[in-house]
Design a protein around this ligand. Structure first.
Ligand SMILES: [Fe+2]
Ligand SMILES: [Fe+2]
Length: 268
């Protein structure tokens, strides 16, 4: 069994310091197998915001798989945005934008979907899709495989409007071929879980999309600050939301899935 703490959209620059301390404590008590951070670490990609994000990440349990979000690329500084979009991210957070972690049970592949030319919407490149296949298809059978990106692969089931990451179907075909079971992302500041085939009906098997809300930012969209705790215990998969309530992070909605053949079936 493995546990993944999935946090997203920290947006340092708009963070609530009380939540920051509480999240550090909550994650220390949880002691997850790995922490996945799905982008938007900063609000405006400023040096001071990256410095705060780095200091925060250093207080979290390791290992950590961190990917950038669109807010981690400068928006108004056009020269920096196009000539060195992730220079500060690499300097403060991680020299690798597509990080990879695996142990004997789980593999987590980060994919940078943030782009200078489509600042808000994300994209996956052909090079990244080739790298995804090389990494994940090469792993021995039995690993539970996870992809972490900032931009989502599927919108909420109740609202198909939000855009999804560019080249998502091509990437998902490779992910399905290589046995990926779970796709973690953020960007929408809305937590939900959905089978990716709700959107991508042509895929040969199901994968679970688990979206995390914003963990720390005051810029919420009708939901409390929250993060997800994913329990990987094949053939079971659990997604427990921990939401800010009464001055602490506490258990909120929980979703359980069970894999039957090629299908993830929702149990609750
Ligand atoms: Fe965000
Ligand atoms: Fe975003």
């Amino acid at each position: 069994m493995r546990t993944i703490a999935h946090i997203s959209d920290l947006h340092f620059g708009t963070e609530d310091p009380a939540l920051e301390e509480a999240l550090v404590e909550d994650l220390a008590a949880l002691a997850p197998s790995v922490v996945a951070v799905s982008g938007d670490l900063t609000q405006r990609a400023r040096e001071s915001q990256f410095a705060s994000a780095r200091a925060f990440l250093a207080r979290l349990p390791a290992p950590r798989v961190v990917v950038p979000g669109n807010h981690d690329i400068p928006l108004f500084d056009v020269v920096r945005r196009f000539l060195s979009p992730l220079e500060r991210y690499h300097r403060y957070i991680d020299p690798e934008a597509d990080p990879f972690f695996h142990d004997e049970e789980i593999a987590v592949q980060g994919i940078n979907t943030a782009r200078s030319n489509t600042w808000k919407d994300g994209r996956i490149s052909e090079r990244q899709i080739i790298a995804l296949r090389q990494r994940l298809c090469a792993l021995p059978a039995g690993h539970f495989k996870v992809v972490v990106s900032h931009h989502p692969f599927a919108p909420p089931a109740r609202d198909p409007a939000p855009p999804i990451v560019g080249r998502s179907l091509r990437a998902l075909e490779v992910a399905a071929e290589c046995g990926v079971e779970l796709l973690l992302a953020g960007h929408l500041h809305e937590g939900y879980t959905v089978d990716v085939r709700t959107t991508h009906v042509s895929l040969r098997r199901s994968m679970i999309v688990a979206q995390a809300g914003t963990a720390l930012s005051r810029r919420r969209r009708g939901e409390p600050n929250a993060y997800n705790v994913v329990t990987v215990d094949p053939p079971r998969l659990g997604v427990q939301v921990r939401a800010w309530a009464g001055g602490r992070f506490a258990a909120a909605a929980a979703t359980e899935f069970r894999k039957e053949g090629e299908e993830w079936r929702r149990q609750s």
